[in-house]
Design a protein around this ligand. Structure first.
Ligand SMILES: NC(=O)c1ccc[n+]([C@@H]2O[C@H](COP(=O)([O-])OP(=O)(O)OC[C@H]3O[C@@H](n4cnc5c(N)ncnc54)[C@H](OP(=O)(O)O)[C@@H]3O)[C@@H](O)[C@H]2O)c1
Length: 315
């Protein structure tokens, strides 16, 4: 049996849906039923339930966005660092393997091929990089799992949220058997304030940058496949292969959904950070080839975006 933590959340609900669709035996618990952030209560519960695997979709993201984490530091650190640390230790003690939903937002930038050498570049909104992205995208590649987070407290600057997500990965490293699944800007076909495609359609002004993204159901199916297919434990970038600019996503929305509105973009990073955002935002390209090589397929980000927009609907 699989135990699902954080099932009331945006990501947790998708796990609940897919586990049900796949007919897998699972149990979902919420903190309102069991204070799973207490080591004593969790251990007692696990000893009686004896799950084969645990999925941790619980964490603190900040509402309506990560700016809230700058003000709710205690909840952020508790949900993203102390809680996974405790869960890792309890699972190691009881010999229960588990999977942790982390985030790709612990990276900034990509690698750029300059005369045959791959150079890490944190800021992708430079004219030269954006030009390469448009004309020679093969000259850009993402961070794979061998790289240390570079949008973190150790290698900043970063947002408080991202700092705690990177720290959360650090504190569980080497403790028991687990997967770290990095989710990056989830989207799907269902209109929801947490969906990236809804966010873009409702922002007064859109921020343009390059990013890898995760289709939410593809992400969840890939995570579950790791466990079902006995993929080796470890860290996986669970993103749809490739990257897109926000402008490309807006073009797809305009073409497929034909909205009545015009999309206006922030003129520069300077304007966006002066008027639109408090915390620094991560923008990054991730390399998901480790997951694909492990036998877990993911369709390209373009295919997943087009499919979501073609099937766009209200919840
Ligand atoms: N949504 C995104 O854009 C995104 C992107 C990348 C990564 N992630 C990661 O995905 C995970 C789930 O995110 P989400 O968007 O589904 O968040 P969410 O909608 O806020 O749900 C998270 C769930 O975690 C539990 N929770 C909340 N605060 C907690 C705390 N301080 N300690 C322990 N549990 C807490 C709650 O479940 P109970 O009912 O049990 O209280 C809550 O429903 C997080 O680790 C997040 O960092 C999310």
């Amino acid at each position: 049996m699989i135990l699902l933590l954080g099932a009331t959340g945006y990501v947790g609900k998708e796990f609940e849906k897919v586990l049900t669709l796949l007919g897998l035996n699972f149990k979902a618990v919420s903190r309102s039923q069991l204070n799973y952030t207490s080591a004593i209560e969790l251990k007692h519960y696990l000893k009686s339930l004896r799950p084969d695997f645990i999925i941790n979709a619980a964490g603190f993201t900040g509402k309506p966005n990560v700016d809230a984490c700058e003000l709710q530091k205690e909840e952020t650190i508790q949900g993203n660092v102390y809680f996974p640390k405790m869960l890792a230790e309890v699972c190691a003690e009881l010999g229960i393997p588990w999977g942790h939903v982390s985030s790709g937002c612990i990276f900034s930038g990509c690698f750029v091929n300059q005369n045959g050498t791959w150079i890490a570049e944190k800021n992708m909104n430079q004219e030269t990089i954006r030009k390469i992205a448009n004309t020679e995208p093969h000259r850009l590649k993402g961070f794979d799992e061998s790289f240390q987070p570079n949008f973190s407290f150790k290698d900043g600057p970063c947002s408080y949220y991202s700092g705690t997500k990177a720290w959360g990965e650090d504190v569980i490293k080497g403790v028991g058997e687990h997967y770290v699944w990095r989710l990056r800007i989830p989207f799907n076909e269902i209109n929801n304030s947490r969906n990236y495609l809804t966010k873009i359609q409702t922002y007064a002004k859109v921020y343009d940058n390059l990013n890898s993204l995760s289709h939410l159901e593809d992400f969840v199916r890939a995570c579950i496949a790791c466990w079902v297919k006995h993929v080796p434990y470890g860290t996986y970038n669970v993103t749809n292969p490739g990257f897109v600019s926000t402008r490309q996503v807006v073009e797809m929305i305009t073409k497929i959904l034909k909205p009545k509105r015009e999309f206006i973009f922030w003129e520069s990073d300077e304007e966006f950070y002066r008027l639109g955002a408090k915390a620094l935002r991560s923008n990054c390209i991730l390399d998901s080839s480790k997951l694909l090589k492990a036998g877990v397929p993911m369709r390209t980000v373009e295919d997943a975006l087009v499919d979501s927009l073609r099937h766009w609907r209200d919840a």
